[in-house]
Each structure stands twice: as structure tokens, then as C-alpha cells.
Design a protein around this ligand. Structure first.
Ligand SMILES: Cc1cc2nc3c(=O)[nH]c(=O)nc-3n(C[C@H](O)[C@H](O)[C@H](O)COP(=O)(O)OP(=O)(O)OC[C@H]3O[C@@H](n4cnc5c(N)ncnc54)[C@H](O)[C@@H]3O)c2cc1C
Length: 411
């Protein structure tokens, strides 16, 4: 039986980067799906937010449970490196708001296809449709048993099976079992970056609308978080970067059985006074504009009539027919639209925050401190980053560092 140098279990972003950096014909990547990087296709709303152009200091602040753990990994292979790798293989990139990097094509498939091309051009072998069932370590060798009763053996093993978010992409939590069987601790299941379900039903009609807001989260009437960014209305609540990034905080309070509300300020650039003055001025003008059309000044087009319905104001009224009570209602709700959170939708989470306990992994190599020659990378490691390209970068960086550590020992 062939004894491989390294078996890489899982061909997502982290496993792919490990394979590329190993570049070794005695190493093989095993992936259960019929293609590598299936999850990449779902990232960034189908556009793939490849990475973030901020510096390392910003990165380490962008991970829950402390991002310093990834400093060595980021120093070894960072945003500029993945961009260079993709661009030199034909996938051009662009930088958008908040330093988010996307492919110029706006298609996640360009990123996936380019990464597949790079692995295919490397010496590392790839075996698809191979579902790993069991991993053991005996006599300094790893033995991996697969669905098709195939068995593989190796000296080194990289576990890159991801967490259990979006299980339809293949990442269904198998890695937790493998790591546990090998002696590791898995932290309490907790998802990160999840949308929330909202009690107020009228917002369900706003599905698909996105809007920039300043938000305040209150738990039992006490302010617990403030943030600014985009939200997107969904069929049963709200999502978008600023909601995803605060979902763990919201969940913390819901789990304590507290009442959680989110106040949205949809006119951040206006103070209450300034907005009131502006509305008074505009309403008093002899304009034949309807209030519905006028509100496009502050709200996305599709939102204004739903907003007015919610406030019980006839959306066909012309501006100078709006009375003071109605004007105040409009002002107050533009500045503070209150939504009640029913639930954090963990089943729809984008990443898993739990995983293999970090204390059991050496951050300088990503080798297990419990099992020699076992490396644990990507989302399988405890603690996720905020939305913005940080999680994919964590996967590339940890995958690359594990491969580098193994290569140094092989040479
Ligand atoms: C909808 C969505 C949108 C996202 N958008 C972004 C974004 O725009 N930017 C960003 O930075 N992050 C984003 N993320 C997060 C990002 O996708 C993950 O952090 C990243 O994919 C983790 O990479 P990974 O290699 O650790 O795991 P994964 O990408 O999950 O890959 C794990 C691989 O292991 C395979 N595998 C699992 N078990 C086995 C087994 N038993 N045998 C063989 N193979 C196995 C799986 O099939 C899978 O291919 C998003 C996530 C989701 C769900």
C-alpha cells in the first residue's frame, strides 16, 4: 500500500490552499463532493468576497475569541498573496466598500475555477467523490477509511473539513468527529454570522431590499451594541453584514431569555431636529408630490409604500396634506424603526464559531498539540471572523501555513 506523505481531508478553501502549497506528488487531497470548493460558489451572495484589503492589525481585531491566534498564519500568506495568486492565473479582482475584495467578473465561480486550475497544475493529487469515514493513528501513520472501502495511509494529515454551516456544501461537521476521535476537544456548538427572525410581519414584504443603517441593539431595554452598515430584508427577518456581525451578541441575550429589539436609524446623516426641519420645509412647499414619492429621498423605492402602510398613512396623500401628527410619526420611524428579534437563525448561519479548541493547536504551525503530525485548519478551528472576506482569508492562511510546516519537515 502507498504511504503518502500527507493526506488532506476536505477540499474547501483551506484544503485547496494546503494542496497548492504542499505541491507534492506523494500527497493527496480527498474530497467527498464531485468538485472542489463547492462552498465558494455560495460566498458573497454568489460573488465571493475573496478577502479583505485591511492590514493584519485590523484582521486580528476582526475575529471573535481574539484574532492574534492567526497572526503567524496571516504573516505567512495574506490578502496580497491570494490576490496575486488569483490574478496571475487569470482571475482579476477589485476592491469595494470596506476594503472587500471581489472578482471583477462578480462571479464566485471564477474564484472556484481558478483555484481548481491552480491545484490541478500543482503536483499534489486530488481524489473527488471520496467521503472519509474514519481516521486513526497507529505506529506513526494515519489510516483513513473511506466510503468506497478504500483506505489511505500517510505520515502527515491535514484536517480541513470545515465546520457545519451550510451542510449542503459538504461541510456537515464530520471534522468534529474525526478530531474528537483523535483526542481533541470540540467547543460548545455555536454558529456565527447568522440572520435573525423578526416579529413584525410587515417587513416580510420588503424581502430583497437593502439599506444602510445605524443600528442599536437593546436587551431588556438596555443598549448592548451599536453599529453601522448594510442590512438586507429577508422573507422572515433581516440579514446583511451588520446583522451577521452582531448575531452572536443578539443570541447571547436571547439565550438569557431577554427581550431583544433592534432600532434602525435609516437617516443617519440627519439629526431629529434637522430631519424635522427638512420635512416641515418640504411639506409646506406647494408641491403636488405624493408622500410615497417624496420618501424615496430617504428610503429605497420599494420600501416607502410599505413603510407608510405600517404607519397607517395614506401613501397617495400629497405633501401639503400631511398633518403634524403624521409628520412626527414619519420622522420618528425614519430615525428609529423598532424591530423585535424572535430568533437568531442558526440553521442559516454562514460560519461556525465553535470548533477544535484553539489551546490544542499550535498557532505557529497549526499542528495539533495532542497528536503529532496532525494539522487542523480553516473553519474547523474554534472562532470565526466578522463578515468582509476575513473567514476565507483565515482558511487560505491556515491551510498555507500547515502545508509550509509539513514541507519544512519533508525537506
Ligand atoms: C453562504 C455563505 C457565504 C459566505 N460568504 C463568505 C464571503 O463572501 N467571504 C468570506 O470570507 N467567507 C464567507 N463565508 C465563509 C467561508 O465560506 C468559510 O469560512 C470557508 O469556506 C471555510 O473554508 P474551509 O476550507 O475551512 O471549509 P469548507 O469551505 O466548508 O470546506 C470543507 C470541505 O471539506 C469537505 N469535507 C467535509 N467532510 C468531509 C469528509 N468526511 N470527507 C471528505 N471531504 C469532506 C467538504 O465537502 C468541503 O468541501 C461564507 C459562508 C457561507 C455558508
Amino acid at each position: 500500500m502507498t504511504i503518502y506523505n500527507t493526506l488532506i481531508i476536505g477540499g474547501g478553501s483551506s484544503g485547496i490552499l494546503s494542496a497548492i502549497h504542499l505541491n507534492d506528488d506523494k500527497s493527496i487531497l480527498l474530497e467527498k463532493n464531485s468538485t472542489l470548493g463547492k462552498k465558494i460558489l455560495f460566498t458573497g451572495g454568489g460573488r465571493c468576497n475573496i478577502t479583505n484589503n485591511h492590514g493584519i492589525d485590523n484582521y486580528v481585531k476582526s475575529f471573535y475569541n481574539g484574532g492574534n491566534f492567526y497572526r503567524t498564519a496571516f504573516s505567512n500568506f495574506f490578502n496580497k498573496d491570494i490576490i496575486k495568486m488569483l490574478e496571475s492565473n487569470g482571475c482579476k479582482t477589485k476592491v469595494e466598500e470596506n476594503e472587500r475584495v471581489f472578482p471583477v467578473s462578480n462571479k464566485a465561480s471564477s474564484v472556484q475555477e481558478t483555484l481548481i486550475k491552480i491545484v490541478d497544475n500543482s503536483k499534489t493529487k486530488v481524489k473527488l467523490n471520496t467521503n472519509v469515514k474514519k481516521i486513526k493513528k497507529e505506529n506513526d501513520l494515519f489510516t483513513v477509511e473511506c466510503n468506497n472501502s478504500e483506505t489511505f495511509k500517510s505520515r502527515y494529515l491535514i484536517l480541513s473539513t470545515g465546520g457545519n454551516a451550510y451542510p449542503k456544501t459538504g461541510s456537515n461537521g464530520d471534522g468534529y468527529k474525526f478530531a474528537k476521535d483523535l483526542g481533541h476537544t470540540i467547543t460548545k456548538q455555536m454558529s456565527g454570522l447568522a440572520p435573525v427572525k423578526i416579529e413584525e410581519k410587515w417587513i416580510n414584504n420588503l424581502q430583497g431590499i437593502d439599506i444602510k443603517v445605524k443600528l442599536e441593539i437593546k436587551a431588556d431595554k438596555k443598549s448592548v451594541a451599536k453599529d453601522t452598515g448594510s442590512i438586507i430584508f429577508t422573507h422572515n427577518g433581516i440579514s446583511g453584514p451588520v446583522i451577521l456581525n452582531n448575531s452572536m451578541e443578539i443570541n447571547k441575550h436571547l439565550q438569557k431569555k431577554q427581550n431583544v429589539i433592534i432600532n434602525l436609524d435609516m437617516c443617519e446623516e440627519y439629526s431629529y431636529e434637522k430631519l424635522d426641519k427638512q420635512l416641515q420645509e418640504d411639506f409646506s412647499k406647494n408641491s403636488n408630490k405624493t408622500i410615497k414619492t417624496y420618501l424615496h429621498k430617504y428610503l429605497p423605492k420599494r420600501m416607502s409604500s410599505e413603510f407608510l402602510n405600517y404607519l397607517n398613512i395614506d401613501s397617495t396623500k400629497i405633501l401639503n396634506q400631511i398633518n403634524k401628527k403624521e409628520r412626527v410619526k414619519i420622522r420618528d420611524n425614519l430615525k428609529r424603526l423598532t424591530l423585535t428579534v424572535l430568533e437568531v437563525l442558526e440553521k442559516d448561519a454562514f460560519v461556525t464559531n465553535s470548533g477544535v479548541k484553539r489551546k490544542e493547536i499550535d498557532p505557529n504551525t497549526f499542528e495539533s498539540k495532542i497528536v503529532d503530525n496532525l494539522f487542523i485548519v480553516g473553519e474547523l478551528v474554534e472562532g470565526c471572523g466578522i463578515s468582509g472576506g476575513y473567514n476565507l482569508q483565515q482558511a487560505y492562511s491556515t491551510g498555507a501555513l500547515a502545508a509550509k510546516s509539513i514541507r519544512e519537515r519533508l525537506s
